[in-house]
Design a protein around this ligand. Structure first.
Ligand code: SF4
Ligand code: SF4
Length: 371
């Protein structure tokens, strides 16, 4: 695992305090979406489909700070949209660093190199760069030729300037595990701290609905990718969550572990579904019918979900919540997961070929929205 000790210590003591005070539901990572607009239009994205008047809106720094303080999570992920398009993103980031929050600024890195001088390296700030595979696969995934090369330039410059950098990949149906393993080598050679990955979630709003994976196929794909792993690969994720993706562990979803706040308020129940909004975090905790979500609930919207925002908090709470969980986490950090069956999977043909590119909107429309 590639997470620094100071950050692990902060999270571990936070989880222990919550357990000792008997709190059953508590947040680990706040998903703070300061805006939905973006300079890309990826086929699997469920955010950039909002109408232009919504895409023009954004949270103020004060709204961001109030949400962070109210929620109290030790980590803040800033997805979007593209956060670097927010005119006050530097003020937001600096305000969160001053509050000693570990920030993951999720960016497609089209603007990263140009904007880096505005930020200061800190143990609290990580640029989490969206990179879905090698040049061909990433450009296909984000529907933009040249996107990979620009992102890699941004990554290299950020690493050179001493920033913490991770890459963040979402894998859809048709993903070739051999290709992903080669991609991991490429990414680690760029000098990043670690890799973050997740299966795609079938957003109802995403234009290409044929790309999403069912649970059995998620396990098969991640077993092929993550077994027999190289010691040079570092993951900025809980090893227990990776075991969950590989089918070695069963977890229920803990959506309150990664609550989402955006221009509409506190999203119910999670970053992915939209069953209404609460005005305050406490209201979200108290009034959401949590038993109606997760695979065990039978809710069809959750049936195929294994994404990190729902299940990584479950893995982290397990890892820091008991001695056996902690031992499994330490062991998982150093294991290479030798598995002959998984090696054989690498030689089998992909169950589905890659789906076709979906163009969402013209660059002209995007320019108008971003204006
Ligand atoms: S980079 Fe792609 S997935 Fe991320 S917000 Fe923009 S369009 Fe959506
Ligand atoms: S299972 Fe997935 S979609 Fe359902 S509540 Fe959990 S994170 Fe959200």
């Amino acid at each position: 695992m590639a997470v620094p000790i100071s950050q692990m210590w902060t999270v571990a003591t936070y989880v222990l305090k919550k357990r000792l005070t008997g709190q059953m539901r508590y947040p680990l990572v706040l998903m703070l979406e300061p805006l939905f607009r973006c300079n890309l239009a990826c086929a699997g994205c469920g955010k950039v489909q909002y109408p232009p008047h919504i895409l023009k809106k954004q949270l103020t720094p004060e709204q961001c700070f109030a949400a962070v303080e109210e929620c109290g999570a030790p980590m803040v992920s800033i997805p979007g949209g593209e956060p670097l398009l927010h005119p006050q993103i530097v003020e937001i980031v600096n305000g969160l660093i001053a509050r000693k929050k570990y920030i993951y600024l999720c960016t497609n890195a089209l603007e990263l190199k140009r904007r880096l001088h505005e930020f200061t390296p800190s143990k609290y700030l990580t640029f989490s760069v969206h990179l879905d595979g090698d040049r061909e696969h990433h450009d296909f995934s984000v529907c933009r030729e040249g996107g990979y090369d620009i992102a890699v330039e941004g990554i290299k410059e950020a690493v050179k300037r001493g920033f913490r950098v991770t890459t963040n990949a979402t894998f859809f149906d048709g993903t070739d595990p051999n290709n992903v393993r080669g991609f991991f080598d490429d990414v680690m050679a760029m000098g990043v701290e670690g890799i973050v990955l997740s299966p795609g979630y079938s957003y109802e709003m995403a234009p290409d609905q044929n790309r999403f994976l069912g649970r059995a196929r998620v396990r098969r794909l991640f077993r092929a990718i993550l077994s027999n792993r190289k010691k040079t690969w570092k993951f900025n994720m809980s090893p227990l969550f990776l075991e969950f993706l590989m089918g070695d562990r069963k977890y229920e979803c803990t959506p309150w572990g990664s609550p989402a706040y955006n221009i509409f308020g506190w999203q119910r129940p999670c970053y992915l579904l939209q069953d209404g909004y609460a005005e305050t975090f406490q209201e979200l905790l108290d009034t959401t019918q949590w038993e109606e979500y997760g695979v065990a609930s039978g809710n069809p919207k959750c049936a195929n979900c294994m994404v990190s925002c729902g299940y990584e908090p479950s893995a982290v709470m397990d890892g820091f919540g008991s001695l056996s969980g902690f031992w499994a986490m330490v062991r998982g950090t150093f294991r290479t997961y030798k598995d002959q069956h998984a090696l054989n999977l690498l030689n089998e043909p992909m169950p589905h070929g890659p789906s076709s590119l979906v163009k969402i909107s013209s660059s002209r429309e995007l320019e108008e929205t971003n204006a």
